[in-house]
Design a protein around this ligand. Structure first.
Ligand code: HEM
Length: 268
């Protein structure tokens, strides 16, 4: 019992005509060729990868990796903002002064260190998984300390335990939204503690060769949305007090699915 075949059929219904249309242009000069994921896939198919079904499945798989993760991170950030209203003003000031000078540009987003730090801290305290970096040993593997993984073993890193370890983060259990901005200021260093940086102590995007390649896109998307919310709305939790508890489902952590954040258009 799975909804995957039905979803694939629905996806093919939507994407089929677009793929057929693009096929007409294959191999020909096409000035208006869309520069998107579908074009990239169609440009370099291997074997059966050019079928409508295969292309659709690839797009649905990427959507799966991209959408619920970003939505979850943003929901957690909204809950954190609503429950810590004292951080709204400094964040707003940052966004207003940067957008005032640079407009809504990619460069402006790069300069928003507090917004960046807020989102990063939100993923540290309320990430998408108690376990990330899942890997399967495709053959017997021996670590440098002699630990042996037999072929087929599935392992993962205990990311939540790492993120909440006081030996790694000061007052690890406290939501301290500007901790990473402060670390960047203290380091005098540009990107080491930015939202998209990964290291063995910050694992919401995984780590290593298969670390999330969409995190750069996610950073721009989430920072734009948070900056927009900050400038446009006052927000609060419906019950005004309690941080909605996340749901833990196996190794997954999901933002509370039904808690309500109230938005009121700001008076200028
Ligand atoms: C805040 C948003 C996101 C979070 C928290 C997130 C998290 C993750 C994590 C934990 C992994 C596994 C990394 C590993 O095992 O080392 C991953 C992989 C991946 N993510 Fe994301 N992701 C996000 C957004 C996106 C977006 C927007 C896209 C695409 C546009 C994307 C595409 C992918 C892909 C393709 C992989 C597989 C990479 C591979 O196996 O080589 N993700 N992501």
């Amino acid at each position: 019992m799975t909804s995957v075949p039905g979803s694939a059929r629905r996806g093919m219904k939507h994407l089929g005509p677009i793929i057929e249309e693009r096929r007409k242009h294959l191999g020909k000069a096409w000035a208006e060729k869309p520069n998107d994921f579908l074009s990239w896939l169609m440009d370099d198919p291997q074997g059966s990868q050019s079928s409508v079904r295969d292309l659709t499945l690839r797009i649905l798989t990427l959507n799966f990796a991209a959408i619920h993760t970003s939505a979850n991170s943003f929901t957690q950030a909204l809950y954190n903002l609503a429950v810590h209203p004292q951080y709204i003003e400094p964040l707003r000031e940052e966004v207003e002064s940067i957008v005032g000078k640079d407009g809504w540009s990619k460069g402006a987003l790069v300069k928003m260190r507090k917004v960046d730090s807020f989102l990063k801290e939100s993923q540290r305290t309320d990430g998408i998984g108690a376990v990330t970096l899942s890997r399967k040993a495709m053959k017997d593997f021996t670590f440098s300390d002699g630990t042996v993984l037999p072929q087929g073993t599935i392992i993962g890193a205990a990311s939540q335990a790492i993120h909440l370890d006081n030996r790694i983060y000061d007052n690890a259990g406290t939501f301290d939204p500007f901790r990473f901005a402060d670390m960047r200021d203290a380091d005098g260093e540009g990107t080491k503690h930015s939202f998209v940086s990964t290291n063995p102590e910050y694992l919401p995007f995984g780590y290593g060769k298969h670390a999330c390649p969409g995190r750069f896109f996610a950073a721009n998307e989430l920072k734009t949305m948070l900056a927009h919310v900050l400038l446009t709305y006052d927000i609060k939790l419906e019950d005004n007090a309690t941080r909605p508890r996340s749901w833990h489902i196996g190794g997954t952590i999901a933002a509370h699915p039904t808690a309500k954040v109230m938005f009121r258009k700001r008076a200028y």
